[in-house]
Design a protein around this ligand. Sequence first.
Ligand SMILES: Cc1ncc(COP(=O)(O)O)c(C=O)c1O
Length: 380
Amino acid sequence: MSKTDKRIFLSPPHMSGEERTLVTECFDTNYLAGVGPMIDRFEKEFCELTGHTDAAALTSGTAAMHLALRLAGIGEGDEVWTSTLTFIGGVSPIMYQQASPVFLDVDPDTWTLSPQLLEDELSRAAAENKLPKAIVPVDIYGQCADLDAIGALAANYEIPVILDSAESVGATYKGRHAGKGADVAIYSFNGNKLITTAGGGMIASDDPGIIQQARYLSTQAREPSNHYEHVTFGYNYRMPSVCAAIGIGQLGVLSDRVAKARKTFAHYETELGDLPGISFMPEAATGKANRWLTVMMLGAAASVEPMEICEALGARNIEARPVWKPMHLQPVFRTARHVGGDVSEELFQRGVCLPSGTDLTQEDLTRVIDIIKSVLTSAK
Ligand SMILES: Cc1ncc(COP(=O)(O)O)c(C=O)c1O
C-alpha cells in the first residue's frame, strides 16, 4: 500500500459544521447526558421528518430493536421472523429476549423480505398453529421493504411488524419516510450511516404509549418517586444530549446527503454498468432508496470475485466490503430455522459494497473506478 494514497472509507461520518455549534450549546448549558432540550428537539425534528407520532432517542439501533421486541412482548421460545440478508445488530436482540429467530429469504428485485415467501410461510405456520410473535422486515442498504404487502399479511394474523430501518434514514416508500406505517420502526445513527450521531438509534411509532414505555425502559425503568423504585428492570439506553445535538445538525443536511449518495450510485453505474457481468442493486418501484451504500454485482461474465475487487482497492488504501453475509450462514445461528436463502447467498457471493461516503470527491471516485476497471479488464 502506498503511504501517499489518501484513505477512502466505505461510509465515514460527514459533518455539516452546524453540529459543532450545537454541541457547544450542550457544553454552555451543561446538558450533556440523557436529559435536556437537545434530546427533545432531536426527537421532535425526527418525527417531523418521518411522520411518526413519537420517537425516543437511544444509544444504538440495536438498543432500539431490543426495546421494540420487549415491548411487543417477545419472550423465551417465541419465533421472530426476519430477513436473512441483514446485519446482526437487528437480530441479536431476538437472542437477548431468548426468542428464536427464523430467517426468510429476500426478493431478488428488491433484496428485501419476500412478501410471497412470507405469505406461503404464514399460511403454513397458521395451519400448524406456529405463527411468529413478530415480523421484522429490513430496509436494506437504504431500500425500503414492501411494507404495505407485508403489513397486510401480518394484519391477517394480528402479528406486529417491527421495521428495521437502521440503514434507511432519508429513504421513502410510496412517498412516506422509511419505517412510517410499521407498528414500530427502528433506526441507527451509527458512525457508518448516511447521517450519524457518533453512535445512536431511534425507536419510533404512531402509538405514543409504546414510545413512552421505551423512554421508561431506556432509563432503568425508574418509577416516579423521590427514591429509586423499580417494579421491573430496564436498561441504560438513553441517547446523551451531545449525540442528539450532532443528530440535529445532521438532520439539517439529510436531503443533501441522500442526493449525494444517489449521485454517487448513478456515477458508478454509468462508469461501470456496461462492463460484462456488472450490474448494480436494483431500486424497488415502490420507493426511493437513500443509496446508503452503492452495491455492485459481479456476474459470471465479469470473471472476478468480490474479494479480488476488495483486495485491489484495499491495496490502494480504499475500503470495500462484500454484501452482508446472510444470517442463516452465520455459525452463531447454525441451529436456527431458515426458509429459502438462495437469493441472499447469491447476493453475498457476488456483491461488493463500494465506497459511498457523501464527502467523496470526483477525484476519489475516479480513483476507485479506475482500479475496479483495471481489475475487470485484466481478468479477461
Ligand atoms: C440492518 C441493521 N440493523 C440494525 C443495526 C444496528 O444499529 P446500531 O449499529 O446503531 O446498533 C444496523 C447497523 O448498524 C443495521 O445495519
